[in-house]
Design a protein around this ligand. Sequence first.
Ligand SMILES: [Zn+2]
Length: 417
Amino acid sequence: MVADTPVRQASLREHNLALVLRQVATSPQPISRASIAGITGLTRATVSALVEDLIAGKLVCEVEPARRAGAGRPANGLRLAGYGPAGLGLEVNVDYLAACVVDLTGEVRHHRVCRADQRPCPPEQVLAALAELATEATGAAAAQGLTIAGAALAVPGLVTDRGLVRLAPNLGWRDVDVPEILAGMPTLGDIRVGVDNEANLAALGELHASHAASFIYVSGEIGIGAGIVLDGRLFRGARGFSGELGHVTVHPAGLPCRCGARGCLEQYAGQETILRSAGLPGLSGTDGQTMADRIAELAGEGHPGLLAALEEAGTALGVAAAGVINLLDIDTVVLGGIYAPAAAWLRVHVEREIRERVLTAEWAPVTVRPSALGPEAALLGAAGSVVRAIRDAPARWLTTTARLTGRPTSNGPRSAG
Ligand SMILES: [Zn+2]
């Protein structure tokens, strides 16, 4: 089909840069320029010019081919560079703050968690402590030759598309303007921080790690959130507030919830409920071991109170998940947060409730499994979202780096393809 309007030369270059980078990113082995030309239909000269730009922007690097006897000189292969731009992932949760750096290849290059109850602190104080973690992470990245290209912050609450936290009931936050508060913190420099709901960021991370097309990612922390992925896309809802699974009713006349309603899932399957019913109310993570790992360790040792609490939590979770599956015909439930390492004990109860409550369960089975990214999917998903934005639109990053270094970028027909 012929387009109504001519494609701008610059748009064509942007499109082709992304196309070439995608071939490098998705190839299981280092890929040659000739192979990229063959796959994409671009000329070899065009591919070479685009690759030069990607190399100059530290997005792609050349690797020496393996020596093969008598096969002539093989072409150099290309792979993603692990020494250029990186994503900074940040997380504010009820009982911890965290930061991590992920490079373009997806490798975690820095990771730090600070365990402390955030509820007694005002948002400004929490965000100031987070900014310190971010500064430390930026320094660690720079020491490894990486440049932080942007940051994403995961928050357990309702977040508007401009980063305003409307409500985070477990943190006690209401209408907290996170971008504005962070903008007043000089330590962050000019790093742009996007803010999103933690379960949404985790679900996006899971989507790219597991390639499942339709699933509900359930994030178990002190609060419970969910990220809903339908046909390979995050479903945010009409106003961007989807996924509040923690406030789905499982017992209409049940326990009062912090949200003001009664009988919400959070009151039966939240981290604090699990620990309280297990007789372990003071249990906490340590610097060497996450809360999730401690729960899994005790369950593995057969702690009777904890096993009973996980049964109660898994049952309530299964009831809520069954409602979602009946409504949306989702085939996979992903257990994240503290649920990920505890999946071995939760799964059987979640599956039982789904089997008994989902109309189609008999011939359309539902998989219940732990998150591919483990208990820190939100943090990794946050950093990954920055990296994926660069991989999807490398031209934007190249323009930024050219501006920083004063290096011209090719823009003419030579590299436009
Ligand atoms: Zn509630």
